[in-house]
Structure formats: structure tokens, C-alpha cells
Design a binder for this molecule. Structure first.
Ligand code: IPE
Ligand code: IPE
Ligand code: MG
Length: 240
């Protein structure tokens, strides 16, 4: 035993900022939704790659709290694409025993989308071979705000002492407290920022950035990211 905090060869949880759909479509002189549709194919490919390589949790940033400012036709196109994805791919979740979950302010989503999500989440909730988490109307700051509100309500009700609020208490009030923190965060399309994604949970994740636009990101690109992850040394504050 070296005593060092080595990264396990395969990350247990991968989080992805699926970015670049609009630029991919623009390069082809097609509407943005064309890019989002191609991006859904990349998600299918990466989900299969997770299964094949033993990645247990996949969280994908599909729609941020900030994305509501986009033109109405793009927002509604994304919402209907999400419904199509749920309908077309539900059988794969069953076949592979993958549980679907959502992180974010699900109450902000249109009723029809919400109903479909609730249905598939309920139908897959006993599965544990894999976990697909869709970040929808998700914002890292909004998540922390929601956790703080819940904690404040407990303090006000006399159920919690302010001094008892520690990191574990905050983590326990996030949207999916039972999900382990991501080990690897991937962002496509060359942007080097978090855009409000999983601010709390990514504290010690390894970051991987690629110029590849999300619709072009497939198994081989994912394998490259995992290879790079396997070469990283995670220290968690310990000496090198
Ligand atoms: C990511 O692609 C998908 C969503 C944010 C919904 P974009 O739509 O942000 O694509 P670019 O960044 O404009 O190329
Ligand atoms: C982040 O991408 C959100 C998703 C991928 C869903 P954006 O394209 O919205 O991020 P910014 O605006 O470039 O920071
Ligand atoms: Mg973008």
C-alpha cells in the first residue's frame, strides 16, 4: 500500500456538460434543434459506453436554470425532444436495469414532460445496475438555495440547532443526497467553465475538457476521457 489516494481506474460517477449542439448545427447551416437531436444520439452512445465500461452513474446537464432565456421555439423543441427520448429509450433502461432520476427544479418543467419523467422514474426506481441522472432546469446555486431554505425551516421549527449545520447536513439537503459525488466532469465544445453545474458536488472531481462538439462526441471520445482519468492522481489534500 502506498498510502496515496490513487484514482480508481474507472470513475464511478461521470458528469457531462453536453455543449456545442447549436454550433454543430450552424456549421451545417441547419436549425439549432437539428443539433440537439444529433446530441441525443451522443447521449445514447455514452450511456451504452457507461454500461460497457462499468461506470455506474451518469449525470448529464440537459437544461440549466439559465437556459429558460432561450427563444421559446428552442425551449419547446428541447422539451419535446426529451419526451421523445423517454419514449424511445425507456426499453433500454429496462433491458439494462438503469434507474432514471432527475436533478433540478422539476416543478418548472411543462406538465406533459413532468408526467412522462415521473412515469419513467417510477417504472425504473428499483433498478441499480446503472443510474442515469438528467439535470433539468438545474442550477448549482438554485440547488444550494433550496437546501439552505430547507435547513432554515428546520431551524425555525426548533428541529435543528444552527451549530449542527455541517457539510454533511448541507449535502443531505441537496436534490439527490444518496448519489456519490462525480469523479470525472467532462465538458465538450471548448468552453472552459462550469456554467452553474453541480457546484457543491464537483469540489474534488477531475475535469476533462475537449474541443469536440457534443453531437460528435461518441464512444471513442468517451474512452479517451476515461483513459485520461485513469492517469490522474487524486490527492484530496494529501501530499503527493
Ligand atoms: C448544449 O448545446 C445544449 C443545451 C444547452 C440545451 P448549446 O445549445 O448550448 O450549443 P451551443 O453552445 O450554442 O453551440
Ligand atoms: C450549459 O451550457 C448548460 C447545458 C449544457 C445544458 P450553456 O451553453 O447553456 O452554457 P453557457 O451559456 O455557454 O455558459
Ligand atoms: Mg452552449
Amino acid at each position: 500500500m502506498s498510502g496515496r489516494a490513487e484514482a480508481a481506474a474507472v470513475p464511478r460517477h461521470v458528469a457531462i456538460i453536453m455543449d456545442g449542439n447549436g454550433r454543430w448545427a450552424k456549421q451545417r447551416l441547419r436549425p439549432r434543434l437539428f443539433g440537439h437531436r444529433a446530441g441525443a444520439e451522443s447521449l445514447r452512445a455514452v450511456l451504452r459506453a457507461c454500461r460497457d465500461r462499468g461506470v455506474e452513474y451518469l449525470t448529464v446537464y440537459a437544461f440549466s436554470t439559465e437556459n429558460w432565456v432561450r427563444p421559446e421555439d428552442e425551449v419547446s423543441g428541447l422539451m419535446s425532444l426529451l419526451r421523445t427520448f423517454l419514449k424511445k429509450d425507456e426499453h433500454e433502461l429496462h433491458e439494462n436495469q438503469v434507474r432514471l432520476r432527475v436533478t433540478g427544479r422539476i416543478q418548472d418543467l411543462p406538465e406533459a414532460v413532468r408526467a412522462e419523467l415521473e412515469r419513467v422514474m417510477a417504472a425504473t426506481k428499483t433498478y441499480a445496475k446503472g443510474h442515469l441522472i438528467l439535470a433539468l432546469s438545474y442550477g448549482g446555486r438554485a440547488e444550494i438555495v433550496d437546501a439552505v431554505r430547507a435547513l432554515a425551516a428546520e431551524v425555525q421549527a426548533g428541529k435543528l440547532a444552527p451549530a449542527a449545520i455541517d457539510e454533511a447536513a448541507i449535502a443531505a439537503h441537496l436534490y439527490l443526497p444518496d448519489v456519490p459525488d462525480p469523479d470525472l466532469m467532462i465538458r465538450t465544445s471548448g468552453e472552459l467553465r462550469l456554467s452553474n453545474f453541480l457546484l457543491w458536488q464537483l469540489s474534488y472531481a477531475e475535469f476533462y475538457f475537449t474541443e469536440t462538439l457534443w453531437p460528435d462526441f461518441r464512444e471513442a471520445d468517451f474512452a479517451k476521457a476515461l483513459d485520461e482519468y485513469a492517469r490522474r492522481q487524486r490527492r484530496f489534500g494529501a501530499p503527493s
